[in-house]
Design a protein around this ligand. Structure first.
Ligand SMILES: *Cc1c(COP(=O)(O)O)cnc(C)c1O
Length: 386
């Protein structure tokens, strides 16, 4: 995949992936809305389930941004996870971070375990647990950093170097940090996975997923899964995501600026017990976050000193923050894990991992930050907090 990794992030985001522009002079490649291709074409396309010019363009962009030799695009993040896990053998062991994205956990527990996958969960923010990698020699180590919704940071470089000794592959779900703030492959990971539905597309108008790697045998497994399991995206969605990627750097800088300012405002409110944001000095892994990420990204979580009811009342008073699942769009969203993303997790289990009823997660958008602060302040006044 041709890419010039000496160029800056935004230059690569804008200039990679512009093949197939034909003779018309169109600055942006068209949407190749076709299911099939005439046999014998020079690019070797045959059927869109196994490849399409719009997929190839997006793959060139994302591989370049992730410092990877290869990328393979999928219909959504869950399809990208499916591609990786489906390539394992029966009885394979996955050692996974315990604070996983809910749909990843569901896929492990309710789908792949039926086919003989074994999954063990660990708190990877605790380095005393790293020895389990050498003891169990898993097929895969599955990491997320920052995690959802507690924004825990795990040491990707350290874990990858230990995994390498026992030939275990390391997957990092890079969705929350985005390719702009974190590069898992440079830290030693084998695979970097993103739900491009989130920051890469950035406009909340389609779903997508990608797996990036510099390991040719893993790339072959990904392209096989794309076609054999029917995990491919649509040409239109990949076109939209490639468009979104062009402004990723600009957006991420603004997401970060807004999130940090909001985090500082929230942290000193008397009704807040704690704020978690990777680049707040009070974050338990602040030093590690600073080392491994070039910015804190746009996600922050906090715990109110409120009951479940009062937390819900507060959320219903917000005007600019829409109460919704998902994240990473230009518009601000707010999520209540206890009744939304993690509602299926039993209350006792939720509380054991720190997900209380008063925990709230913000996906801070790129609006004018004073307006976001005013929105929260008005909602607090409406529920009787000055
Ligand atoms: C959203 C998300 C996914 C799943 O992606 P979809 O595009 O919704 O299928 C996986 N991991 C993380 C961290 C996510 O936020």
């Amino acid at each position: 995949m041709e890419s010039d990794n000496k160029k800056g992030f935004a230059t690569k985001a804008i200039h990679q992936g512009l093949k197939y522009r034909d003779q018309t002079g169109s600055v942006i490649p068209p949407i190749y809305a076709t299911s099939t291709f005439a046999a014998g074409n020079s690019e070797g396309f045959d059927y869109t389930r196994s490849g399409n010019p719009n997929f190839k363009n997006l793959e060139a962009v994302l591989a370049s941004l992730e410092h990877a030799e290869h990328a393979c695009v999928f219909a959504n993040g869950v399809a990208a996870i499916t591609a990786i896990v489906s390539s394992l053998h029966q009885g394979a062991l996955v050692l996974a971070e315990e604070n996983l994205y809910g749909s990843t956990y569901r896929l492990f527990e309710q789908v792949f375990k039926k086919f003989g996958l074994e999954v063990k969960y660990l708190d990877f923010s605790d380095s005393s647990k790293f020895s389990v990698i050498e003891e169990t020699k898993p097929a895969l180590v599955w990491l997320e950093s920052p995690t959802n919704p507690l924004l825990k940071i795990v040491d990707i470089e350290k874990i990858s170097s230990i995994a390498k000794k026992v030939a275990s592959a390391v997957v990092v779900d890079n969705t929350f940090a985005s390719s702009f703030f974190q590069c898992p492959l440079k830290l030693g990971a084998t695979l970097s996975l993103l739900s491009t539905t989130k920051y890469v597309n950035g406009h909340s108008d389609c779903l997508g997923g990608v797996v990036c790697t510099s390991d040719a045998s893993w790339q072959a497994k990904m392209t096989f899964a794309q076609k054999a399991l029917g995990l491919n995206p649509s040409p239109f969605d990949t076109w939209l995501i490639a468009r979104g990627a062009k402004t990723l750097e600009l957006r991420m800088k603004k997401h970060e600026e807004n999130a940090l300012e909001l985090a500082k405002y929230l942290e000193v409110l008397p009704c807040v017990s704690f704020v978690r944001y990777p680049f707040l000095v009070s974050h338990p892994q602040y030093e590690l976050a600073k080392r491994q990420m070039s910015g804190g990204s746009g996600m922050l979580s906090l715990e109110f000193k409120f009951s479940l009811e009062k937390t819900r009342d507060f959320l219903n008073q917000l005007k600019l923050f829409t109460l919704a699942e998902s994240l990473g769009g230009v518009e601000s969203l707010v999520c209540h894990p206890a009744t939304m993303t993690h509602a299926s997790v039993p209350k006792a289990v939720r509380e054991a991992v720190g997900l209380s009823d008063a925990l709230v997660r913000f996906s801070v958008g790129i609006e004018h930050v004073e307006d976001l602060i005013a929105d929260i302040s008005c909602a607090l006044k409406a529920v009787g907090e000055a």
